[in-house]
Design a protein around this ligand. Structure first.
Ligand code: SR1
Ligand code: MG
Length: 402
């Protein structure tokens, strides 16, 4: 019989105690369930007398955001811990330290990052993160390059693809990002004031074609090991440090999906500036900061990815003249298309973002939502012909004054 059961706060303490040389032998431990995400239990276990603390994260056998009527595999805890270990090896220091994993209990015990803030929250509080573009482009370039056919042994990669199949979590993405927002699906959730905009989304067949093309890439293009859900709620941050968490959606997919997730979430925050910035001058500065961060992320990513290719590539055939240029162009186009898809879903689909939903004034919220839909749909429609990150930026800046 499986030993799996959802832990109590007391049991989280008992398990945390088993980590060798972590807590002092003497001294009480305290435990609090602090999970506010869509899927898991998260216990913060601390020892006030020693000042030491850690996180016990446990998967539930269903999606917490919906309830027990939506069963969900516990294997995602294994996927998450294995992905974290790979990411730690490839992009050391940019993910939390792992202390212990237990696949039967579907749990991972890891570094407590309470000294950091969830980036979405930090941005809403006006935070500025000068190191972020460098850190996240490092994370993206290294994890994507070294798990692709360019940077790892191609036979070993095929075996790794098998252990990261992750069909149930991919299905969530396939439905919630590439299907439901474009049809009248039960899972959708949107403000009634958006009905006309949503009707437009549901009837835009040119848009549906582009979404079908992006979805095909998500379904079939096992390019590299993705984080799979790299939004600003999956990033802990301070001005000096970036830590990527929560890779339970990890699988081998198109690289642009991860890069697009980061850019989309910066643009979701960008679209909400009428609320989050106090006055017009702050708004302008804030928008410029977000746009410059996006530009820096893409440019640094491209530079680092090309350097890895030139200096550490394992594939002789990849040296064919023109191939790198073609590959990076396709990567940019995918990034732009996935950025758009990751934006639209947050307005119309099941799972929203606080940057938009916490805007209390319905008129200001509606404006932000329409800016997101305008940027998102234009980016999706550009996914096959974009040639520069400046096209994404032009689309965002033009929509910001809607
Ligand atoms: C049912 S899960 C909803 C969303 O939460 C996760 O963070 C993913 O983005 C997923 O689509
Ligand atoms: Mg998550």
């Amino acid at each position: 019989m499986s030993k799996y059961h959802p832990l109590t706060e007391k049991e989280a303490i008992q398990i945390a105690r088993t980590i060798p040389d972590f807590f002092a032998a003497e001294g009480e431990l305290a435990s609090r369930e602090i999970g506010d995400g869509n899927l898991n239990l998260v216990f913060h276990v601390s020892q006030p007398s020693s000042g030491r603390s850690l996180i016990v994260k446990q998967a539930l056998p269903y999606a917490k955001v919906v309830g027990e009527s939506w069963p969900l595999t516990l294997d995602r805890a294994r996927i998450e811990s294995e992905a974290l270990l790979i990411q730690d090896r490839l992009a050391h220091g940019l993910v939390p330290k792992i202390y212990h994993t237990d696949n039967e209990l579907a749990l991972t015990i890891m570094e407590d990052l309470s000294s950091h803030v969830i980036m979405r929250q930090g941005l809403m509080e006006g935070g500025v993160y000068p190191k972020f573009a460098d850190d996240i482009s490092d994370f993206l370039a290294k994890t994507l390059f070294f798990t692709s056919d360019l940077g790892m042994n191609q036979q070993e990669k095929k075996l790794l693809v098998r252990s990261f199949a992750n069909p149930e979590l991919c299905k969530i993405t396939e439905d919630l990002i590439f299907d439901h927002p474009y049809t009248n699906a039960d899972t959708n959730s949107f403000d009634p004031h958006l009905q006309e905009d949503v009707d437009q989304l549901w009837s835009d067949t040119a848009l549906h074609l582009e979404v079908a093309i992006l979805r095909e890439k998500f379904l079939t293009h096992a390019q590299a090991l993705l984080h799979g859900d790299l939004h600003t709620g999956s990033i802990f941050i301070t001005p000096e440090s970036t830590k990527v968490i929560d890779p339970e959606f990890a699988y081998f997919g198109p690289m642009g999906f991860d890069i697009g997730a980061v850019l989309a979430n910066l643009l979701l925050h960008f679209a909400a500036q009428e609320h989050w910035s106090a006055d017009e001058a702050t708004r302008q500065t804030r928008r410029q900061y977000l746009i410059q961060t996006i530009r820096d992320i893409w440019e640094s990513f491209e530079r680092k990815f090309r350097t890895l290719w030139n200096e550490q590539g394992v594939d002789r055939v990849a040296n064919a003249p023109g191939y790198q240029e073609d590959y990076v162009q396709r990567l940019l186009r995918d990034t732009i298309g996935f950025t758009g898809a990751k934006m639209v879903r947050r307005i119309v689909g099941l799972a929203h973002v606080a940057d938009i939903d916490r805007i209390p004034d319905p008129a200001v919220r509606a404006k932000a939502q329409r800016i997101v839909l305008a940027i998102g749909t234009k980016l999706i429609k550009s996914n096959r012909n974009a040639t520069s990150i400046e096209q994404l930026i032009d689309i965002a800046e033009a929509a910001s004054t809607l």
